[in-house]
Write a protein that binds this ligand. Structure first.
Ligand code: NAG
Ligand code: NAG
Ligand code: NAG
Length: 406
């Protein structure tokens, strides 16, 4: 009988653990629906272009039951949406995305988010400024997190791009450009002291979300650090993004005009990596906090800008996107989850998504659950015995008293 109960408990614990943990261990049919997904397209693309539609239907095929929403600046016209990739005020566009996502029922329990190119820094702005509903994993492909130090070349037939380019020649830090030309709002060139001073004076998008101004917004760091994972992918042959390492938050170091030759950066053409940059060292936006729990991933994809080959896809899909939602998305569960991730990464250097990390997580979960069930069962048995004994005692006391015959 004891052996039977122990065996039964083992099975119970095992099934709860497998169901509550990650996808790899469980057959698909048993799983709850995958986390919903929001995507934000890149410059020159639109929410429902042929490419985006094909991408979304492939995802739905790969992950049955997946809900996908593509952020748009104009739900009635895809051509208008594409135009807004070049023209508009980014802060307004982010706010519009905030309003849009807040109204979608499917997203209210939280969602994963993929930003393509400039859509990546826009979704990051969503997380930092709004984040209602909450983003779980944020994935950015070839995004310009530290801005661009040069404007990307236009395709030979891309008229909109040429019009925007011509407008930019009129000045990047004019009030007009900073509120009407999208690329100007993440243009940041530390190599040119004059342009950089103008940037610090005029920019209200990339400077703001990177907390690079005179005031910093603590909410930004808090919200970004609340992500489960922030996955940044860089393309090794990216020539569109200058420097390409902006996708990993690297940037050229700021040139100081008053410093002579001696004070110059010995290697001004080598961007300073994130972990040596002040945005990280001062933890201005929560990146260091994410990194401490192994939640900041810098992945390299082989190819030119936005050439997402199968090896690159495998770094994201089925790992951070398309994983089942367990319904454990409340604050306490998130806190426990983050604490566990921090401990695991801090002591072993493993992420929960790694195979070894997953096995370790499941083992610990299993042992914890097994002990909890054992202890509660023991407590119940004790309680039953105690009550039984007490009742027996009570029975003795409350039994019929001596009978007095009158
Ligand atoms: C910080 O950002 C949040 C979200 O955008 C905003 O509500 C708040 O007013 C900002 N705080 C400051 C001090 O600017
Ligand atoms: C440039 O360098 C000088 C001397 O190192 C320093 O006093 C000054 O504050 C710097 N200026 C900027 C804009 O960083
Ligand atoms: C764990 O975290 C503490 C405090 O943040 C840090 O001092 C320590 O070096 C970390 N250990 C490892 C192995 O990363």
């Amino acid at each position: 009988m004891r052996a039977f109960i122990a065996g039964w408990l083992l099975v119970l614990a095992a099934s709860v653990v497998t169901l509550a943990s990650h996808a790899e261990a469980v057959p698909f049919s048993m799983l709850p629906k995958p986390h919903p997904l929001v995507i934000w397209h890149g410059l020159g693309d639109s929410a429902h272009s042929e490419g985006m539609e094909s991408f979304m239907s492939q995802l739905k095929e790969a992950f049955p039951g997946l809900y996908v929403h593509s952020v748009t600046q104009d739900a009635t016209s895809d051509a208008e949406d594409r135009r807004h990739g070049f023209f508009g005020h980014v802060n307004d566009q982010v706010q519009q995305a905030c309003d849009q996502l807040a109204q979608i029922d499917e997203l209210q329990g939280g969602f994963d988010a993929i930003g393509f190119s400039q859509g990546g820094q826009f979704l990051r702005a969503y997380v930092q400024r709004c984040n209602t509903p909450k983003v779980r994993n944020l994935i950015t492909f070839g995004s310009q997190h530290m801005g661009i130090a040069d404007l990307p070349a236009c395709g030979p037939t891309d008229l909109l791009c040429r019009v925007a380019e011509a407008a930019l020649r009129g000045g990047i830090y004019t009030d007009y450009a900073q509120s009407h030309l999208v690329s100007a709002q993440y243009y940041r060139n530390p190599k040119d002291p004059k342009a950089f001073a103008a940037y610090l004076d005029k920019n209200d998008f990339i400077k703001d979300i990177n907390n690079e101004g005179t005031t910093t917004n603590a909410t930004y760091a808090k919200n970004l650090a609340s992500l489960e994972n922030f996955v940044m992918l860089m393309f090794d042959k990216d020539t569109t993004v200058e420097p390409k390492q902006s996708s990993w938050f690297a940037s050229y170091s700021v040139r100081n005009q008053s410093e002579g030759e001696a004070g110059r950066d010995p290697n001004p053409n080598e961007p300073t990596p994130l972990r040596q940059s002040s945005i990280y060292l001062d933890d201005r936006i929560g990146l260091r906090k994410l990194d401490r729990r192994g939640a900041l991933k810098m992945e390299l994809c082989h190819g030119i800008h936005m050439q997402i080959d199968p090896a690159c896809q495998l770094k994201v899909f089925g790992k951070y996107v398309g994983t089942p939602s367990t319904g454990l998305d409340n604050a306490v569960a998130t806190w426990i989850d983050h604490a566990w991730r921090w401990m695991l990464y801090n002591t072993t250097g493993l992420h929960v998504e790694d195979t070894a990390g997953l096995i370790l997580t499941q083992t610990v979960l299993f042992l914890a659950l097994f002990s909890v069930i054992r202890v509660s069962l023991a407590l119940i048995v004790h309680a039953v015995r105690f009550v039984g004994r007490k009742r027996a005692d009570d029975d003795v006391q409350s039994g019929p008293g001596p009978i007095h015959l009158a």
